[in-house]
Design a binder for this molecule. Structure first.
Ligand SMILES: Nc1ncnc2c1ncn2[C@@H]1O[C@H](COP(=O)(O)OP(=O)(O)OP(=O)(O)O)[C@@H](O)[C@H]1O
Ligand SMILES: [Mg+2]
Length: 338
């Protein structure tokens, strides 16, 4: 079945369902993005029209799926969810499009993975609110154009570069997520800890937030782990000492780097003389999939200024050597393309 139930899409975050914001005012951070979006939502509602198609871009765990659901809630309309890999045949997409109702928010995750035939069908649906359906085969085949109610497509991707330009051009609104600011991360810590019913000290919230790579999904996971540590080893509240100790146990350093992040940096330094090294080669060396490397690890390592992407591959920066406490390859500087 191509349409996933909302609950199924939440499974990726396990028990995170209760922490997921439902309304725009619970959706913390991303201020600029939210401000524009709330205007567009307000305007569409006032005109009784469907919201323009919405394109969400950003690394994993920053809130794309959450925002899609929030938009449907704010508009007060039905929410349908699927992901591109689940749409194998045109009939899978047609099956969903024929059931959308007026102003439905239809969310397609991983939209960079659409098959060409399905993408074609989507173009017409997005632009003309029609469904092209071919009946029969060979010379007697004919195309039926089935009208569908105006709906809002929300497409999400971690890889904007892999989305075709005809598809991109059909989205009226684009939202680019950035890593969350420290003060927004702290607000998420406080909100999540509140929902989970665990007290958290102010300085502990700040420290916890700083170790969560600007990512709500990561911070929620850390809040749960710290709650465990606090409950079993501490006095039931998340204090700075609990977080410090917790980070050590989870092998998270003061910048929020995980063991794998350091592994990646060390590999570039030690095996590839600081780079450049291609993503595939690097992924194999550290035993990760290219997707995980490119989508999850790399954006944060670039954001922290430890890795640079160059046309010839990934390069380590001097800051990375300092952070790891490694000596720099004397040639490495020449190869850094600033
Ligand atoms: N702005 C926010 N405020 C508070 N919590 C948030 C926010 N955005 C996301 N979260 C929390 O982070 C979790 C991860 O968000 P979500 O699943 O929407 O990320 P995503 O961008 O869709 O990730 P992926 O690319 O892996 O699908 C959510 O379950 C939610 O609890
Ligand atoms: Mg998602």
């Amino acid at each position: 079945m191509a349409v996933l139930h909302a609950e199924e899409t939440f499974e990726e975050d396990g028990k995170d369902v209760s922490l997921r914001p439902r309304r725009l005012d619970e959706f913390l951070g991303q201020a600029a993005l939210k401000e524009n979006l709330s205007v567009f939502i307000e305007a569409a509602k006032a005109r009784n029209e469907s919201l323009d198609h919405l394109f969400l871009i950003g690394p994993p765990g920053l809130g794309k799926t959450t925002l899609a659901q929030v938009v449907a809630n704010e508009l007060g309309v039905e929410f349908k969810v699927t992901s591109a890999p689940a749409l194998e045949k045109p009939k899978d997409l047609a099956g969903i499009l024929t059931t959308v109702t007026e102003r439905t928010v239809f969310f397609i995750d991983e939209i960079h993975r659409l098959k060409p035939a399905i993408e074609e069908m989507l173009y017409i649906a997005m632009e003309d609110y029609e469904l092209d359906w071919i009946i029969g085969q060979g010379p007697s085949a004919r195309t039926l154009r089935i009208p569908i109610p105006p709906f809002t497509l929300v497409g999400a991707t971690t890889k904007a570069g892999m989305v075709s330009s005809p598809l991109i051009s059909r989205f009226g609104i684009t939202c680019r997520f950035s890593f969350y600011e420290p003060r927004d991360m702290q607000a998420i810590v406080r909100r999540s800890a509140g929902i989970l019913g665990v007290p958290v000290d102010e300085d502990a919230a700040a420290l916890l937030a700083s170790g969560a790579r600007g990512t709500p999904r990561v911070v929620n996971r850390l809040v749960r782990r710290m709650r465990d540590f606090a409950q079993v080893l501490g006095a039931g509240r998340i204090s700075r000492a609990v977080v410090k100790d917790g980070f050590r146990k989870l092998e998270i350093d003061e910048l929020g780097l995980e063991r794998y992040d350091r592994e990646i940096l060390k590999t570039i330094a030690e095996k590839y003389g600081g780079g450049p090294v291609g993503a595939e080669t690097l992924a194999i060396s550290v035993g990760e999939s290219v997707d995980t490397l490119e989508d999850y690890y790399e954006p944060f390592l670039i954001q922290t200024g430890f890795i640079q992407r160059t046309p010839r591959g990934r390069m380590l920066t001097p800051a990375a050597y300092d952070h790891l406490g490694l000596k720099r390859n004397p040639d490495a500087n020449d190869r850094l393309l600033f």
